[in-house]
Design a protein around this ligand. Structure first.
Ligand code: URP
Ligand code: ZN
Ligand code: ZN
Ligand code: ZN
Length: 511
């Protein structure tokens, strides 16, 4: 039974007052020893020797870190895609998120070609609202272009709480937009103060390469990789940056998977462009050598677009760029298909549903590959797993910080504990885990979602439908504060001059 919405999110009395004692608060800019008191889903006090109302549940955080809950900027729960539907739905997927210390996801509403954006938005809300265990929001896809789509953008942005729209430069004939359509969409979004997101791969080149590979009899998952090499990703990133630059819009590149694509983003940032790059847990934690694995299912389980890169130095390189702010935040692109779904493409890699796991393991994988390696300090860890997402998607300081007035989405993080990732113990519906066997330092000990303890002593206590849809206002300062001034500085110039008075050659009608 679904809980009526007016009763949702009201924490149970025994749990509506929480006091975390003895831990170190870590925000993106500073860390300090303090206790944290929460009531009715909001952080009410942060400090030493707090005077708090009685009856609070006390959580001991001695030797532990108190961090803002993770925000996964990129998921696809129960996405209808490639002839099937992603197996982790909004219940199982958000439950897994909470188990891993992520207290908010931003999923994708992806209309089909010709479908009304508002209709698709309503459909996604109807799927997600009764099922989500943690707070969530949506990016809305611009998967085709027309006057009606352009009109609907303002409805979605101004009335539905959406400030980010996703466009595809790949998936030809399905979701892919042409350059002129990207140009118009970016321009329309700029006018609204919304952020354009791109999946950057050259869909035309992928289609040609795919034909060639299948003709050569390369039909296994290694064909998927070879159909879309690094330069196919880097070219599209460069093109998206160029298009955004023509209309003076900010730009956000989702799932940055390769060194050369990341370099394009670094270069544009050095030129002062307003651009953000999102690597994902998969790309930071494993690599594309898996496509050459002798077991078909193992290789197919790693199929996603853009693919993981076979250059084994890629994950470390992407982490270095995250460390120095060339890349800003992390998602997962969590979009899972179980073995029998992957097997739809057993004779043809183009039919393997694209997508991998990540939502449950992102926090631990980034701690292991980023903090344990000495690349990120604990503040930067918080920045790239939570705060920067809250800022770029305009939810800060409601989300992404431990501060009075912020939502009580809080994790007690044990930096010393370890766990081994496995499909045998994960909470996701999918029957494979791309991080299988990875030992991670950094474990969420206690997870608090909207003021409720949802993970404690290794046990999950989630409730279906408890998460809220989070509206995100337009004109995120992180994306837009520099844009309006640039509009003035870079305005088109016209020269007033005397007219030309000389002879004019007659147009001969030649083509
Ligand atoms: O392979 C992927 N990435 N599947 C999900 C859809 C997308 O492109 O993000
Ligand atoms: Zn994508
Ligand atoms: Zn995606
Ligand atoms: Zn380790």
């Amino acid at each position: 039974m679904t809980t009526p919405s007016k009763f949702r999110n009201v924490p149970k009395t025994a749990q509506n007052r929480l006091l975390i004692k003895g831990g170190k608060v870590v925000n993106s800019d500073t860390s300090f020893y303090a206790d944290v008191y929460m009531e009715d889903g909001i952080i009410r006090q942060v400090g030493k020797d707090l005077i708090t109302p009685g009856g609070a549940k006390v959580l001991d955080a001695k030797g532990k870190l108190i961090i803002p809950g993770g925000i996964d900027t990129h998921t696809h729960m129960q996405l209808p895609f490639m002839g099937t539907c992603a197996i982790d739905d909004f219940y199982q997927g958000t439950k897994a998120a909470l188990a891993g210390g992520t207290t908010m996801i931003i999923d994708h509403c992806l209309p089909t070609r010709g479908q009304s954006l508002v209709e698709a938005y309503d459909q996604w809300r109807a799927w997600a609202d009764p099922k989500v265990c943690c707070d969530y929001s949506l990016h809305v896809g611009i998967t085709w272009w027309s006057e009606s789509v352009q009109k609907e953008l303002s409805v979605i942005a101004e009335e539905k709480g959406i400030n980010s729209f996703k466009m595809f430069m790949a998936y030809k004939d399905v979701f892919m937009l042409q350059d002129f359509e990207l140009y118009r969409a970016f321009a329309a979004l700029k006018e609204l103060g919304a952020l354009p997101l791109v999946h950057a791969e050259n869909g035309d080149i992928i289609a040609e390469n795919t034909k060639k590979l299948l003709e050569l009899g390369i039909s296994g998952p290694e064909g998927h990789l070879q159909s879309r090499p690094e330069d196919v990703e880097a070219e599209a990133v460069n093109r998206a940056i160029c298009i955004a630059n023509q209309v003076n819009s900010p730009l956000y590149v989702v799932h940055v998977m390769s060194k050369s694509a990341a370099d394009e983003i670094s270069k544009a940032r050095r030129q002062g462009k307003v651009i953000f790059g999102e690597p994902i847990a998969a790309g930071l934690g494993t690599d594309g050598t898996n496509y050459f694995h002798h077991e078909w299912l193992h290789a197919a389980a790693h199929v996603m677009g853009p693919p993981l890169r076979p250059d084994p130095t890629t994950p470390g390189y992407l982490m270095d760029l995250l460390a120095n702010n060339d890349l800003q935040l992390t998602g997962t692109d969590h979009c899972t298909f179980k073995s029998e779904q992957k097997a739809m493409g057993k004779d043809d890699f183009t039919k393997i549903p694209n997508g991998v796991n990540g939502v449950e393991d992102r926090m631990s994988v980034i701690w292991e590959k980023g903090v344990e390696t000495g690349k990120l300090d604990e503040c930067r860890f918080v920045a790239v797993t939570s705060t920067n997402a809250a800022k770029i998607f305009n939810m800060y300081p409601r989300k992404g910080v431990i501060q009075v007035g912020s939502d009580a989405d809080v994790v007690i993080w044990d930096p010393m504990a370890t766990r081994v990732i496995s499909k045998e113990t994960h909470h996701q519906a999918v029957d494979f885990n791309i991080f299988e066997g990875m030992e991670c330092h950094g474990v969420p000990l206690t997870v608090i979602s909207n003021g409720r303890v949802v993970l404690e002593d290794g046990e999950l206590h989630v409730s279906q439908g408890a998460g809220r849809f989070i509206s995100r206002p337009l004109h995120a300062p992180e994306a837009y504060s520099r844009i309006s001034q640039r509009e003035k500085v870079n305005a088109y110039k016209r020269v007033d001059r005397d007219g030309y008075e000389g002879p004019i050659h007659k147009n001969t009608g030649q083509p």
